[in-house]
Design a protein around this ligand. Structure first.
Ligand code: NIG
Ligand code: FE
Length: 427
């Protein structure tokens, strides 16, 4: 017999979501499902996946969990968040309920800049502890890989303070974090009338400084990639400014992401595709003519349905059209204090099905393997395959459609990351 640290057996349906490349088209409608299955885990990795009886005949373990016929899926990968920040924006929520729009609040000096002020004055410990609390909430809801962006510092020292918080999070939390530099989130007040100088500052000072941080960080040591992102939008950065910033990040060694077409389609999507961006995120305002261009590219469409739901808007990114055109679609919460105060990939999937017209199958692939590919981690997380990190969710039902069907986040029985993080551990 071979030894394992943990065996999960009697899995009614095991949805592997396996795919070496981002799923599109028919692959998005396939969950790579095995029936009456088991998984053996050793050293936090999956060492065997297959028929339940066969695995029980081959592996022994001090910990054996009976799934009792329920379904198992990969843990969620939340590939776009802003969970490190000071303060909150409850006052702006009330302003929006009274009729002000997100862009009006931003144009009047609130929004991202309001959180920037609270983030600049927060101590490193305050930033870390509030973000750790948010990460705990996300893990309770099944996410074990979480991307985190900077972008509330908007000066060299404060952006580095945010990156240090992300690194400390990775040290102390049970989930895995992926850092993204978003120095070009918006113009800080001191550069309000001089955008060119701020873009120059991002390129000549911030990018070299954050790359130096990354090169010494635990992320570089463990092979976790580092991304550069920019908010291409009115009152943020235009297409040319965004291009300059992304090109400088790519030249330094980062991979490009972009916040694009959130409220206005300025042409940033085509620019990002041409630069080979790993993902283009938002796409609420993408024009139909751009959908085939995105579909024909390797850039993954990251959709975040909680944003417009939270903003009380009734239009959403056209997930159905993107998938039908052949695009690789991923889902993320976009957790942030302004546009998406939401920890839950489950609620994200539920809204994506209802308002972006994804099927529950597509939503699950989009929240796991495609999200992993959007972080360059498709070979490590996001699916249940031998050699991958053992990040799994045992559902409390045999039917994975409950993930998107239920609106109460009531689908998870046990969360495993190498070991059981929470839930039932008896046989
Ligand atoms: O992805 N759109 C730009 N950035 C965030 C919002 C950040 C904020 O409002 O604090 C987003 O929606
Ligand atoms: Fe965002």
């Amino acid at each position: 017999m071979k030894n394992a640290d943990l065996i999960v057996y009697n899995i009614g349906r095991l949805h592997t979501c396996a795919s070496p490349t981002p799923k599109r088209g028919d692959a998005l409608r396939d969950l790579g499902t095995l029936t009456d299955a088991a998984i053996a885990i050793a050293d936090e990795k999956i060492v065997a996946v297959g028929d339940s009886a066969e695995i029980l005949a081959t592996y022994q373990s001090p910990y054996i969990l009976n799934a009792r016929g329920n379904a198992v899926i990969p843990a969620f990968v939340d590939c776009h968040t802003h969970i490190v920040y000071g303060g909150d924006r409850a006052h702006e929520f009330e302003m929006r309920l009274a009729g002000a729009s997100y862009m009006e609040i931003m144009a009047a000096g609130g929004g991202i800049v309001s959180t920037m002020r609270d983030t600049r004055t927060a101590s490193p410990d305050e930033l870390l502890m509030s973000a750790a609390h948010r990460a705990n909430m996300m893990t309770q809801l099944g996410s074990t890989t979480i991307e985190v962006k900077t972008g509330y510092g908007l000066d060299v020292a404060s952006e580095l303070k945010m990156l240090h918080a992300i690194e400390r999070l990775d040290e102390i939390q049970t989930c895995r974090f992926v850092p993204t530099f978003l120095g070009a989130h918006t113009l800080p007040p001191e550069y309000k009338d001089d955008p060119t100088s701020y873009v120059d500052l991002v390129i000549t000072e911030m990018i070299p400084a954050v790359w130096e941080w990354y090169a010494q960080s635990r992320f570089a040591a463990q092979g976790t990639p580092f991304f550069i992102d920019v908010f291409c939008e009115d009152h943020a950065f235009d297409v040319e400014q965004s291009r300059r910033i992304l090109e400088a990040g790519i030249a330094a060694g980062m991979q490009a992401k972009i916040h694009v077409d959130q409220f206005n389609s300025l042409g940033g999507l085509e620019m990002a595709i041409a630069l080979g961006a790993i993902s283009a995120d938002h796409l609420e305002a993408t024009v139909p003519a751009d959908i085939p261009k995105l579909a024909a590219s390797d850039t993954i469409a990251v959709l975040m349905p909680v944003v417009n739901f939270n903003l009380g808007l009734t239009t959403f990114a056209d997930g159905r059209a993107l998938i039908d055109a052949g695009a690789a679609v991923a889902l993320a919460t976009d957790m942030n204090p302004g546009s998406a105060p939401c920890f839950s990939m489950l609620l994200t999937m539920a809204i994506a099905c209802r308002y972006m017209r994804l099927t529950p199958t597509e939503a699950l692939n989009a929240a796991t393997i495609n999200a992993a590919h959007a972080l360059g981690l498709g070979d490590q997380v996001g699916s249940i395959e031998v050699g991958k990190s053992a990040d799994l969710i045992l559902l409390n039902s045999p039917d994975y459609r409950n993930l998107s069907y239920l609106l109460g986040n009531d689908s998870i029985e046990t969360l495993i990351r190498g070991d059981i993080l929470f839930g039932r551990s008896d046989d």
